[in-house]
Design a protein around this ligand. Sequence first.
Ligand SMILES: Cc1cc2nc3c(=O)[nH]c(=O)nc-3n(C[C@H](O)[C@H](O)[C@H](O)COP(=O)(O)OP(=O)(O)OC[C@H]3O[C@@H](n4cnc5c(N)ncnc54)[C@H](O)[C@@H]3O)c2cc1C
Length: 463
Amino acid sequence: MQIDNLVVGAGISGISAAWELQKAGKEYLICEASKKVGGCIATNRNGEFLWEEGPSSFLPKDEILSLISDAKLTDDVICVERKLPRFIFYNNKLNAVPASVLEFLTSDLLSFKGKLRLFIGLLGFIKPLPKHEESVREFFTRHLGYEVAERLVEPFVSGVYAGDIDCLTSRAVFAKVFKIAGKGILLPGIIPGLIKSKFSRHNKSKKILNPNMPKIKRGKLCNLTNGLDSLPKALIKVMGNNVRLNWQAIAIKKTQEGFVTTFKTEDGLTEVSSKNLILALPAYITANLLQGIDFEAIDNLNQIKYPPMASVITCWDQISAKNAPIGFGFLTPRSEGIRSLGTVFTSALFAGRCPSGYRLFTSFMGGATDSQVDKLSANDVAQQVIDDIAKCVDIPAQEAQVVASKLWSSAIPQYNKGHLEHLHKIKQAQKKFTGLYLIGNYFSGVSLGDCICNSQESIKPIL
Ligand SMILES: Cc1cc2nc3c(=O)[nH]c(=O)nc-3n(C[C@H](O)[C@H](O)[C@H](O)COP(=O)(O)OP(=O)(O)OC[C@H]3O[C@@H](n4cnc5c(N)ncnc54)[C@H](O)[C@@H]3O)c2cc1C
């Protein structure tokens, strides 16, 4: 088969790239190894239960809202109230993350000294940027003090990256904060930086991506009435004959005209020749495939680690769960001795997730600080999660029901120290192959919105 544009991988990155090609009227094919689309997006249903084993919500970035509008799912967007509290389990109790100055001043999360240090640091009275690449912990300790780093930032990076605060690089994980903090007026801190960027931004008007997209305030968290997988499913339906499922790319060759990709399919091996080849795959799979074309940055791709992580979905009846507060959920700093990373109070966020009279929770365990999670049995992981919820929320472990669990053997790419150098080498190597495009969540953010932005930006030259 001969085609202009071949997209390999139908996670959100591949689908959004293919959708751009579809809208531009280009000839394309999108091939996916598994029998379903969406990649990490993993919505499941059983009776009145509906749960997410992968991403559980998304931030309303314009790019994802625009895609939702294209998929005709605007009316399906459901949002969490911004005021719903988030909790951190610290000092044997759930502490609401302060959402106002008053809440902050009265919060037990930081000591008086910790609060003072935060204010002084915010104003910019900090040590200068060191010569070495700063980890996320080093960056926030320097700017806001060790209590903020340990009790607020560390649980946050566990929640988003399942990462290790001592290995993740601040330059990539908190790229915007890093940039702002280095640009302050007179002083180098976060507030002086914010003031400066506010001044330099005030004339720029924001381009409206899609006038039909849902209007949602920044900071809210969203999902779709029938779960996140409705988005890839709706887009793929429109793509129709341009989609191949159960097609696993196993080899790539370079030819004068472009590339030949070999797929393992239910009907045997098939070759597809294409002028442009868009690989929307995890870095380690991309590395494997690119061995066939002498790609110079295979090692750099392989250096990006994806530690394992388990998602466990549990439910309690309302009476047993009466002590569970209404809120977004809780995160657990590693220092508190709780093994799981955190729990989302799923049914308190989105309607239609479980039968009435029940509360549904989604918990995560594993990641960079607990990479042995894949050595445990599914039962042991579920039991650990139940015991952790029972302890943090004070509800009876024996009343828990396990709805589902999933082990992601390679979950989220870690933007560890050295990540930006790896990306630089990968991009340099890519430039040597006209028509080769590498996209995915290892480039410029792991969130669904970031993946979509990265895809749209990367494939602009072929639209
Ligand atoms: C447990 C978990 C929770 C998360 N929570 C959130 C959240 O709440 N909010 C948020 O915004 N983000 C969250 N994320 C991150 C986000 O889901 C991912 O970063 C994003 O979905 C990645 O999309 P992708 O298309 O780049 O990669 P993937 O989703 O990994 O897609 C790659 C696709 O390529 C296919 N493939 C692999 N090999 C081949 C091959 N050889 N040939 C053909 N196809 C192949 C795979 O089957 C897959 O479909 C979470 C991720 C995980 C794992």
